[in-house]
Design a binder for this molecule. Structure first.
Ligand code: DAH
Length: 342
């Protein structure tokens, strides 16, 4: 029986070498392992083997059977690999002579600028917070000191939902939630999409973007605000920026300022970007109103802070030399090309 087994194994080794197709493989499997195959057929002979050899021969049968199974499996894997290689070299081949499609897409220039600004703030120790687009009336208005019937509500008409919520008109809508989250000192920015229901023209869009910032601590002063804004804007414009503050009015800050920068494109001499004025109105800001701190759960006797709201669509427009804000939401490919995006 031993010789018979060795003979079977030897002829199997020869047969398996000749396998080229899955059919060949299946034929061999049937020949050796199916019910009428060589291995099952040899089993009854085990009965005739003398008892003292049964163990040894039994083990031999098993090991030959295992070897045959293993080799069938390996050969199947080899055929699979060949099949894949064949597919790659035939139908799935990439034709590198085809013309290249240059329209591969990219980030919107606004997103690129937003990420740059976020990085600058992260470098200054700020956290970047998420804001919501659908907000409560309370967060958007009341919490930032704009009660019902306040005239400032007229300037920020928006889109109202049936459930009484609204599309936020400014990133200041997140101030309350963030004050409550930190309940103490904080340095945070929160970029976001804002909405207003207003007539559109080259400088007004119903959908635009702001980055709001807040710094809250003990003894924060206007001096801190001015120093900080100058540093931050110099990093954004990658050059030393001169700032000037004019008095402004916002219900959520007291005092409130309109912050202008000396035009970084003409150094204040006058050009089309600064409309020959030499200065660009850029970033409203101010010291956070005590009511806003109180609504956020902080004691204004203990804490103070400043806030600002940077409409960075303006920055994108300056960078791309655009004169119409509506282009930014237009999906116009020519516009992207203007930013060097293919
Ligand atoms: N929320 C204001 C707006 O959209 C912008 C603003 C002004 C934000 C002054 C501030 C601020 O944080 O201090 O018109």
């Amino acid at each position: 029986m031993k010789e018979k087994l060795q003979h079977i194994l030897k002829s199997f080794e020869e047969d398996i070498k000749k396998v080229v197709t899955y059919d060949d493989l299946e034929k061999i499997r049937v020949e050796y392992l199916s019910k009428k195959g060589y291995i099952p057929q040899i089993m009854p002979m085990l009965r005739e083997v003398p008892n003292e050899q049964k163990k040894e021969i039994g083990q031999l049968v098993n090991s030959v059977k295992n070897q045959i199974e293993d080799e069938l499996k390996n050969t199947k894997q080899m055929l699979d690999m060949k099949e894949i290689e064949k597919n790659i070299s035939n139908s799935e081949k990439i034709d590198i002579t085809l013309p290249v499609d240059n329209n591969i897409g990219s980030l919107h220039p606004r997103t690129t600028i937003q990420k740059e600004i976020e990085d600058i703030f992260i470098g200054m120790g700020f956290s970047v917070e998420d804001g919501k687009e659908v907000e409560t009336e309370y967060n958007n208005f009341d919490a930032v000191n704009v009660p019902k019937n306040h005239p400032a509500r007229d300037m920020q008409d928006t889109f109202w939902l049936d459930n009484g919520e609204l599309l936020k008109t400014h990133t200041s809508a997140s101030q309350n939630r963030i004050l409550r989250k930190y309940n103490g000192p904080l340095k945070a920015i929160f970029p976001g999409r804002c909405f207003r229901n207003e007539a559109l023209d080259h400088s007004h869009e119903n959908t635009f973007f702001q980055i709001e910032g807040m710094v809250v601590d003990k003894d924060v002063s206007v001096a801190n605000l001015i120093f900080f804004m100058k540093e931050m804007l110099s990093l954004v414009f990658k050059k030393d920026i001169e700032v000037r503050l004019r008095p402004g009015f916002f219900p959520f800050t007291e005092p409130s300022f309109e912050l202008d920068i000396k035009c970084p494109f003409c150094n204040g001499k006058g050009c089309s970007t600064c409309k020959n004025g030499g200065w660009i109105e850029l970033c409203p800001c101010g010291m956070i109103h005590p009511n806003v701190l109180r609504n956020g759960g902080l004691d204004p006797e203990q804490y103070s802070g400043f806030a600002f709201g940077l409409g960075y669509d303006r920055l994108v427009m300056m960078k791309g030399n655009l004169n119409d804000i509506r282009l930014l939401n237009s999906g116009n490919l020519k516009l992207l090309k203007q930013f060097g995006i293919k």
